[in-house]
Design a binder for this molecule. Sequence first.
Ligand SMILES: [Zn+2]
Length: 385
Amino acid sequence: MPTLGHRTRVGTLFGVPVEVTPSWALLLILVFWSFWVRYTTVFRRHSEGVAVAMAVVATALLLGSLLLHELGHAVVGKMRGLRVSSITLYVFGGATTASQPSGPGDELLFTLVGPTVNLVLSLLFWGVTGVADHFHLSGVAQVSGEAGWLNLLLGVFNVVPAAPLDGGHVLEAVVWRMTGDRAKAVRVAGRAGGGLGGGLIALGVLELLFVKDGLFEGLWLALIGYVVLEGSKGEMTRAWIQEVLRDAAAGVLLTEHSPPVTKDTSIRWLLRNEFTYHHVDAVPVEDGGELVGVVVAGDLERARDAGKLEVTVGEVMRPLAEFPKESASSPALAVLDQLGDHPLVILTDPNGRAVGAVSQRQVGLVLERLRSLRTPPIRWGAWGG
Ligand SMILES: [Zn+2]
């Protein structure tokens, strides 16, 4: 999945936050515009007012179907015990962010439900078309008939076995079940995605160049191909991370050892020392040898900008309860999973003392370093604990 950019929460469905990105507005406009052109110029049997109303309803049905597809993933994910953190609507439809399924069976269920929702919707819409035809409601019949076809198309396109499409995750689950090797499964699905993305871009460019009036469709096809291609690269990275961190302990995710500070440390000192020279995002705070909170880089910078350099750490620290705690010897992949939902995970030693806090940015730095060293998948054992 490409980076989605800034998200705004618009509501919560079944306990899952629903967010939209600014690019979603583009989808809304494009879809409405396409329907409006279709109903006013191609099918001119309706009055202007009726055509606009039809375009509004058709747009709502299509975008609603995309949301229901994601909601299907989210609800089944929750039923199978995954942590579902959000549904995001953006220009290419939607995405559901959830923790990794623990086995191929859960992966299969979580994935297949999305396209199934579209296939069920297409049958429902065609049912409505049948009833509307019976009562000679031609506008209703046309809109619901098209919603039926579009849902069929969505369902079928999504089961093409190429990641990041749902079908790619089905392929992944099958290879995972057959070989027992998850990283290999992710790689196979990612390669297929690369092929599909490249193919769609080529098709789009051909249509754009050689098909009469093919500019819009060709461009759209090439863009979808680009998104699939980028998504497949993300999947390949995921496979590599799975492989390289398979047996590593969470401690390897700490870029620097950042010892805890006491509550009465001044912000001035902390900014000059830990945050400047150690590039850390957070430092644990102790009081009498006991972990009591975490001070985060962003909060320190805000205090500095407000001119409050003599304020103590105790006044700007965040309560421990805000962040999950994990042993530094627990699996690195489990901590990575936690970072999907939390900005920081605090790592502790066997005595429960904090050894540091891991952030997504820090994990990125560690992975970047491993990549530049071309580190092969190695058995790390409990190193870092
Ligand atoms: Zn899906």
